[in-house]
Design a protein. Structure first.
Length: 433
């Protein structure tokens, strides 16, 4: 068991952070010059830069470029210990968490476990649809995409071939829009050169959204521009369309339409990734409910930040959006508040989100940016999108590699990272061989 007290420094408090996402690492970094003993726990040994997952899935970037090992991020931070394990339960009465490798005690606990894909209870969809929330899932999608093409090359029946070359992306938020754009570029720039036996027009990329517009969290201007850009790339956009059923072969929509398709990418829902053990008042709508100081309701020493935190107020009746800047700003604020708590001060600062704007990209040269004072799209927006994403990546090496890959892709019109390193299990190629 990892104990919360340290014999040599009895007053040293033990802070346990569960989750090394945007919120968790920001918090841990900002507490490096304190007397706290910090344990950062994550089920993976690396931080994932989720906004670029879709580029790994479409062969534009390597997986290593968007992940960064925690032990390298925190190399030199003497008050932090990293523990790779899965947290399974919280026992606040005895101030300990139960992990897959044993219990860990804490003085302060911060839950920064992010979010996971929400299938809204549809088990069949969960079994057959492809999510895009983690690096292994992005690699699954990349393998599946490439395997479908290898299989289609061997099929003579055009109807059957088309089923393997239909890619339906469900969810018209930034992830869905960006993924559909990347697939359309694959169709445009890769298929005609690398799959000579196929006609590129046989590949269909369809984006399906239940709402009457795309990019719901952004302005109408951004939503309309995204449709225009996607149409220019040849993506078939369907609004007001709801998936009712998918069994891995056939999609049934609520309006009665049916579509045969082997790959359905699900980016239509996320929910907080909570952990069992706290009282019923602490979790609502799959997020830990917190007060304005990010303290979990009903708890004294437990806090939540990022996607998993639901700070509900009159201004934000549904809680803050599940985006990286919220997680980072909450990490920053909580660091200041924890420093005060350690000193026995009670003048904690409440959390106020500074919304700096949002953006999404739709293939090369096209993006949309919403700032409070200016909404714009096109090439300039695309440059802004690229610059900000490069700057937000963790680690100089990753920034350099991503920059080089982007330049290579831009000038060669290539998607060079297309190895099927491990086959996707449910893929038809496995069934066929
Ligand atoms: C495909 C995609 C694209 C996105 N694009 C954008 C974008 O363009 N702009 C933007 O602002 N936001 C974007 N987001 C959202 C953004 O990535 C999240 O809001 C952000 O990552 C939330 O940070 P977090 O710290 O709350 O959690 P996360 O970054 O999700 O990190 C949570 C961490 O907790 C760990 N964890 C979870 N449960 C446990 C457990 N039980 N035990 C141990 N470890 C655990 C996970 O391994 C993970 O490392 C995107 C998300 C996705 C999936």
């Amino acid at each position: 068991m990892i104990q919360s007290t340290n014999n040599s420094k009895e007053i040293q408090k033990h802070l346990v952070i569960v989750g090394g996402g945007f919120g968790g690492i920001e918090l841990a970094k900002r507490l490096r010059k304190t007397n706290l003993r910090i344990t950062l726990i994550d089920r993976n040994n690396y931080h994932t830069f989720q906004p670029l997952l879709y580029q790994v899935a479409s062969g534009g970037l390597g997986a290593d470029s968007i992940g960064y090992p925690f032990r390298m991020i925190f190399r030199g931070q003497k008050n932090l210990n990293f523990l790779m394990t899965e947290v399974q339960e919280i026992d606040s009465a005895s101030k300990q968490i139960l992990t897959s490798t044993g219990p860990v005690t804490y003085d302060f606990l911060v839950l920064a476990t992010g979010s996971t894909t929400n299938y809204f209870g549809n088990k069949l969809l969960e079994k057959h649809a492809m999510p895009l929330k983690s690096i292994p899932e992005a690699l699954n999608l990349r393998s599946d995409l490439l395997q479908e093409f290898e299989l289609a090359m061997r099929i003579d029946d055009p109807k059957l071939r088309q089923q393997h070359l239909s890619f339906v992306v469900v969810g018209g938020g930034p992830t869905g829009v960006e993924t559909a754009g990347a697939l359309a570029e694959f169709k445009k720039f890769v298929v005609p050169h690398d799959y000579p036996g196929l006609n590129a027009s046989e590949m269909e990329v369809r984006l399906v959204e239940a709402a009457p517009r795309l990019l719901n969290g952004m302005s109408e201007h951004a939503g309309n521009k995204a449709i225009k850009y996607l149409n220019e790339l040849g993506v078939n956009v369907s609004l007001n369309k709801i998936v009712k059923h998918y069994d891995g072969e056939l999609i049934q929509f609520e309006d009665g339409e049916e579509l045969k398709c082997k790959t359905l990418i699900w980016s239509a829902g996320v929910r907080g990734q909570t952990i069992e053990g706290l009282g019923p008042e602490s979790v609502e709508r799959s997020r830990f409910q917190t007060d304005e100081y990010l303290r979990v309701k009903g708890e004294e020493d437990i806090f939540a930040i990022g996607d998993v935190a639901g700070l509900i107020s009159a201004e934000n009746p549904k809680g803050h959006p599940m985006v990286a800047p919220v997680a980072v700003q909450q990490g920053e604020l909580l660091a200041r508040n924890i420093k005060k708590l350690v000193l026995g001060k009670n003048n904690l600062e409440p959390f106020k989100y500074k919304d700096m704007g949002s953006m999404a990209t739709v293939g090369r040269n096209r993006a949309v940016v919403d700032l409070s004072f200016w909404k714009f799209g096109g090439f300039l927006a695309w440059l802004v999108w690229m610059f900000l994403h490069l700057m937000l990546l963790v680690g100089f090496r990753n920034r350099l590699v991503v920059f080089i890959d982007w330049m290579w892709n831009y000038f060669s019109y290539e998607r060079a990272l297309r190895l099927i390193v491990r086959k996707y299990e449910e893929s038809p190629i496995d069934k066929a061989t």
